[in-house]
Design a protein around this ligand. Structure first.
Ligand code: GUN
Length: 288
């Protein structure tokens, strides 16, 4: 069993980005500039945004964190989005999700200038991705494709089963893995909460991508021996550790890992690749 070391692979991607940023700056160009907009104070979102800002600093990308209270109105938020769209100093920006419940996520995301949409959440970018046209790809799916490719895993003709159909992960992963290119060419099955007997389908997977949001959902009996398993989940579970918790994925790692040809750990698998993909999109935004 190979452990897919996302932390290490992401570090290499980030080195490549840092070198590219440094050469831009040496040519007299300004460093790329990412803004991250955080509404409210969801603790997980605060951690994610802090990690993104830190990663920017490490590769020489300028970042600006914008914080607004949870009771901001839709009109106020749309006004902020319009200002970010018009600000020539900002190459790309993200709106950390989830937004507080009273804010219309679809409307807000559709207001983002597609050219600055480094999260790849705008309908135009999702449409281009689906057609195989150049677009900003959503960070987690792009990170997963990069991880599989850099691990040297052959995907052509393989059966890729995706568990979970969210707009952010499952649906775009299913689209990307089925595209006609050297990093994809899979036969794809997308399972979700209404799929009866998910195990019968996951047991057919050569490549299993799990983004269902349920701790340890995938157990040993649901995995074909020799499969490649990519675990997108990350959950805190109470444990007898120094912090009082431990992080687990959507896959029951301890029982599934011995069966796999390769598997991502949690933490240190998909998470670091998501951030690396966001940095790559930001560099691309500055280059356009
Ligand atoms: N919330 C969970 N994942 C993401 C992400 O990739 N981008 C943003 N903006 N919000 C998220």
């Amino acid at each position: 069993m190979q452990l897919i070391d996302g932390k290490n692979i992401a570090a290499r991607v980030k080195e490549e980005i840092a070198a590219e940023v440094a050469s831009r700056v040496a040519r007299g160009e300004k460093p790329p500039h990412l803004a991250a907009l955080l509404v409210g104070n969801d603790p997980a979102s605060e951690t994610y945004v802090a990690n993104k800002v830190k990663a920017c600093r490490l590769v020489g990308i300028k970042s600006t964190q914008l914080r607004y209270p949870a009771d901001i109105t839709t009109e106020q938020l749309l006004d902020i989005v319009d200002h970010l769209n018009a600000d020539p100093d900002i190459d790309g920006y993200i709106i950390q999700l989830p937004l507080p419940r009273h804010l219309p996520e679809e409307l807000v995301l559709a207001r983002v200038d597609p050219a600055k949409d480094v999260d790849g959440f705008h309908p135009l970018n999702i449409g281009k991705m689906t057609l195989g046209l150049p677009a900003y790809l959503p960070a987690t799916p792009a990170g997963i494709v990069e991880l599989i490719a850099r691990q040297g895993i052959d995907t052509a003709g393989k059966h890729c089963v995706v568990v979970g159909r969210s707009n952010i992960v499952g649906t775009p992963v299913a689209i990307l893995m089925s595209r006609k290119n050297a990093r994809a060419n899979c036969t794809v099955t997308l399972c979700h909460s209404r799929t009866p007997d998910i195990g019968a389908i996951t047991r057919q997977a050569d490549i299993l991508v799990v983004a269902i949001g349920v701790p340890r959902f995938i157990t040993a009996g649901m995995v074909k021996p020799g499969a490649v398993v990519i675990d997108v989940g990350i959950h805190r579970q109470p444990a007898d550790t120094k912090t009082g918790y431990r992080l687990v994925g959507d896959v029951d790692f301890d029982t599934v890992a011995p069966l796999c040809s390769a598997i991502t750990p949690v933490p240190g698998g998909v998470g670091p690749m998501t951030i690396a993909a966001l940095l790559a999109n930001t560099l691309q935004a500055a280059t356009r």
